[in-house]
Design a protein around this ligand. Structure first.
Ligand code: GLC
Length: 628
């Protein structure tokens, strides 16, 4: 059952697609306090699931989180928010219920942080609709919620292949040589991603004619090898007279405005830039139609980035900071002054003051960005999705985004942004997946090998062994970091076997994914969701159910060659070792499972179909498969 409570919302976020009548009274079991907080007293056994891609465990109890889309390049445990605002939480204790706080502005979830037995949820303003969902089981609650927010995005089949990315492939030759090295090593590959360097001066929808003299011919050449090119599109548009996207948007008034009605100018990769107003349907449609420049030359998918929106600085705040520094130039540089000066610059990035100083022109009226901040990335994804559906009506396009809000799950997937080449980030990625699935984001994954920092061979092997199961399987790394492609560490055999296993499992993964979309279910589930009466299953934080038949328990510790695995029922252990598959029956309970480097081990409740190895999804056999 779903109850809806309305507290003077100022804008229809579009997160919800089903009409639910308004309920009267208090939103039980919360108590709404006089100072505007929703309070719930938790029993000792109460667990909390949800919050999408938020950091920390599968059970979110014990920390404080913000629903606030944040460009956060360091995903450490102290962070309260990453790129998505996914305000859905599910309490499983004396009471079992979920709450969705549909609020375009900021909201804080203190989940037993200040007082360990109390959840205090505080919206910064009451532009809010609250949905309380109750049901027969954890799965039932999630699927009722998912029916409320609408069917998840369905990517093309080839998007289940493996993709290679790197911020640092700057020219056609870099991409071709990447493809060649995969082909030479016999490692399957379906996609190579183009980061901002394919553009001319980081201008959206432009292509550098120097570095990519004929992108259309190059995309066709790659496609003939079974590899699709997937370019990035950033939210901000370079402010440059003579650049048609800027000129047109400026003339039509499609960019966000400052208090004086002038285009609000910010600094991001292209330097001084302006922000398309995705809340204005006309501007949104106009921006979406710009993708035509790339679909016309054979591009079939995109990743949307920097759409929290990330602001390195605003023109105005940067000028103020420079003035401030100039005025300070005669002071002695003692330590405090040094930190003060440094903070003046650091404070410029993603500053709340900047978010408070520009405006959107939505159908409901004019809104200060800060009050509707969480909708920006979501509406960018919708803009692209709507346009791509029109531009490429016959086939789905690949689309995923960095920033998101519930609702965006209908239009694209998400990747979890700028993680690091740290062992802890394998586990973090695993723990993010079920939360994302609850909120409808089924097509998701993390940068394999880690985005920031330097990856090692063993880290990549273990990370990939987990990512074999994530719908979005993409290796991506930051500019200036060590190479981490599957061919980068000498011996390629081990990577060939792991990626080959992914392809062998695609029919199972794809079918499970489609089922999750169609049934409003979850592709990844915490064990607690399938084994509600099993007290141990509910405490397992490093294993997941994948589809109806599989359970995974990856290795995520440096130098570990075995791990404890909990089996909530009798299962078959499936082991891929040097390309060979073997199975072993195991009984319900704890096992200490050996996983030598390069082996991939997972667990099955029922027979699993395996396709023969394939070099890409177009070669993949989908029918008459061997089951093991
Ligand atoms: C952002 C993205 C990252 C990308 C980089 C350059 O940091 O999160 O994936 O490589 O920008 O475009």
């Amino acid at each position: 059952m779903i109850k809806r409570y309305s507290y003077s919302p100022i804008i229809d976020t579009g997160a919800v697609v089903k009409n639910i009548p308004l309920s009267e009274g208090s939103p039980t079991p919360f108590i709404l306090t006089g100072d505007g907080a929703f309070v719930y007293h938790m029993s000792d056994k109460c667990r909390i699931y949800g919050l999408g891609e938020a950091t920390r465990g599968i059970n979110k109890r014990g920390w404080i989180y913000d629903g606030w889309c944040t460009d956060e390049p360091l995903h450490t445990e102290d962070k309260r928010a990453l790129y998505g605002a996914h305000n859905f939480i599910l309490f499983d204790g004396e009471d079992r219920f979920a709450a969705f706080f549909d609020i375009p502005g900021k909201i804080t979830f203190d989940l037993g942080y200040t007082e360990s037995d109390t959840a205090v949820i505080t919206p910064e303003s009451f532009n809010l609709e609250l949905y309380i969902v109750t049901g027969d089981s954890l799965k039932d609650i999630v699927s009722q919620f998912r029916a409320l927010i609408g069917k998840s995005y369905m990517p093309p089949k080839w998007a289940f292949g493996y993709g290679q990315s790197r911020w640092g492939y700057v020219k056609e030759e870099d991409i071709r040589s990447c493809a060649d090295r995969y082909t030479d090593a016999g490692i399957p590959l379906d996609m190579i991603y183009l980061d901002i360097d394919y553009m001319d001066r980081f201008m959206d929808f432009s292509v550098s004619s120097e570095r990519f003299p004929d992108l259309e011919a190059f995309a066709a050449e790659m496609k003939s090898r079974g590899i699709r090119l997937i370019p990035i599109i950033d939210a901000a548009v370079k402010k440059l007279d003579g650049y048609s996207v800027y000129d047109e948007g400026h003339e039509q008034g499609y960019f966000c405005k400052d208090a004086d009605g002038k285009d609000f100018v910010v600094g991001v990769w292209p330097g001084m830039s302006v922000l398309p107003d995705f809340l204005d349907p006309e501007a949104s449609r106009w921006f979406g139609m710009q993708y035509k420049a790339l679909t016309d030359i054979g591009i079939e998918g995109f990743w949307n980035d920097m759409n929290e929106p990330a602001l390195f600085y605003s023109e105005k705040a940067l000028n103020n900071a420079i003035e401030e520094l100039k005025n300070k130039s005669d002071i002695s540089l003692d330590a405090l002054n040094f930190f003060g000066l440094r903070d003046t610059m650091n404070r410029l990035q993603n500053s709340p003051d900047d978010y408070k100083s520009f405006y959107h022109n939505a159908p409901e009226g004019r809104f200060r960005h800060y009050d509707v901040h969480n909708l920006y990335g979501y509406k960018m994804t919708k803009s692209a999705f709507d346009a791509l559906t029109e531009l490429r009506p016959d086939e789905p396009s690949l689309l995923f985004s960095r920033a998101s809000y519930i609702g965006a799950h209908r239009y694209g997937g998400v990747w979890t942004g700028d993680n690091h080449s740290w062992w802890s980030h394998i586990l973090q990625s695993l723990q993010q997946m079920p939360g994302l699935n609850m909120c409808g984001f089924l097509y998701s994954g993390s940068d394999i090998g880690g985005f920031g920092g330097n990856c090692t061979r063993d880290l990549l092997i273990r990370w990939m062994s987990f990512a074999v199961f994530t719908p979005l399987m993409r290796n991506h790394a930051a500019f200036g970091t060590r190479s981490q492609e599957a061919f980068a560490f000498g011996d390629t055999e081990v990577f060939r076997h792991i990626i080959e296993l992914r392809y062998r499992l695609i029919p199972y993964l794809y079918k499970s994914f489609v089922k999750a979309v169609e049934s409003d279910g979850m592709f990844f589930r915490p064990l607690a969701f399938d084994y509600e009466d099993d007290g141990i299953a509910a405490t397992v934080e490093d294993q997941l159910m994948v589809g109806d038949s599989l359970m995974i328990a990856p290795i995520y510790r440096q130098n570990a060659v075995a791990r404890h695995v909990y089996l909530p029922e009798d299962m078959r252990l499936i082991r891929m070792s040097k390309g060979d598959i073997s199975t072993e029956e195991l009984n319900k309970g704890w096992h200490y499972v050996s996983v030598p480097m390069g082996d991939v081990v997972f667990f099955a409740k029922s027979p699993i179909p395996f396709a023969p190895p394939a070099m890409n999804t177009s070669e993949l056999q989908w029918e008459n498969l061997e089951t093991l």
